[in-house]
Design a binder for this molecule. Structure first.
Ligand SMILES: C[S@@+](CC[C@H](N)C(=O)[O-])C[C@H]1O[C@@H](n2cnc3c(N)ncnc32)[C@H](O)[C@@H]1O
Length: 195
């Protein structure tokens, strides 16, 4: 069984336990505050690396949910029927998305970049699928002792300093609107510059 398919089985439960629940709730609150900065009432949203769908409450719009893991998507399917939300589930790699250019108004990528070694391809792809002035909420795992602990526990993470990732965002023509730091995440709310 693939790693993320295996993790999908425990994912539903582990965010309920202390102190994971507190860390997760703080991240969710910070992400919501960034996401709600602009009015996103009628927009096409892409959620990359959607996991088990814990980010579903962030938006009430039509959402395309992408994940590498079929098992993760399976759990989103169950959740979305109870949340009464319209979503399309797509199994794909974040660095090679099966969508036409300039398809989405909003892109969410929460808790994913740290698991991807090729962040250049990732940002190139996000730049491609977003419309000009499209909004992107993206997070990284920063260099906090807890993230080093996660590394020691066997998570294959790519930890980045905030400044380096900010520069990377700029080099792909993303304008930084706001940023939030939580215990183990740095969250960026950006807009794709219309060139
Ligand atoms: C830590 S979980 C985060 C899930 C969700 N975004 C959240 O915040 O609850 C990371 C997710 O990214 C997915 N993932 C990892 N690498 C990926 C890739 N290259 N392309 C698409 N999804 C990926 C995993 O399957 C997993 O569901």
């Amino acid at each position: 069984m693939k790693l993320w398919d295996f993790k999908a089985i425990v994912y539903r439960f582990w965010r309920r336990f202390f102190p994971i629940n507190l860390i997760w709730q703080a991240e969710q609150k910070a992400a919501r505050e960034l996401f709600e900065r602009d009015n996103q009432a009628t927009q096409r949203v892409l959620n990359v690396g959607c996991g088990v769908g814990d980010n579903l409450p962030l938006t009430s719009n039509f959402v395309v949910q992408v994940d590498l893991s079929q098992q993760m998507l399976q759990q989103v399917r169950q959740k979305q029927s109870s949340a009464n939300q319209r979503t399309l589930l797509v199994q794909a790699d974040a660095t090679s998305l099966p969508f036409r250019s300039q398809t989405f108004d909003i892109l969410l990528c929460i808790g994913v970049t740290e698991y991807i070694s090729d962040q250049i391809s990732l940002l190139k792809e996000f730049q491609r699928v977003l419309v000009p002035e499209g909004g992107m909420l993206i997070t990284i795992s920063h260099r906090h002792p807890l993230n080093y602990l996660r590394l020691l526990l066997g998570h294959q993470l790519h930890l980045l300093p905030e400044e380096k990732f900010s520069r990377l965002l700029q080099s792909f023509n993303f304008r930084l609107i706001a940023s939030r730091r939580t215990l183990i995440q740095q969250q960026f709310w950006t807009k794709k510059i219309d060139k």
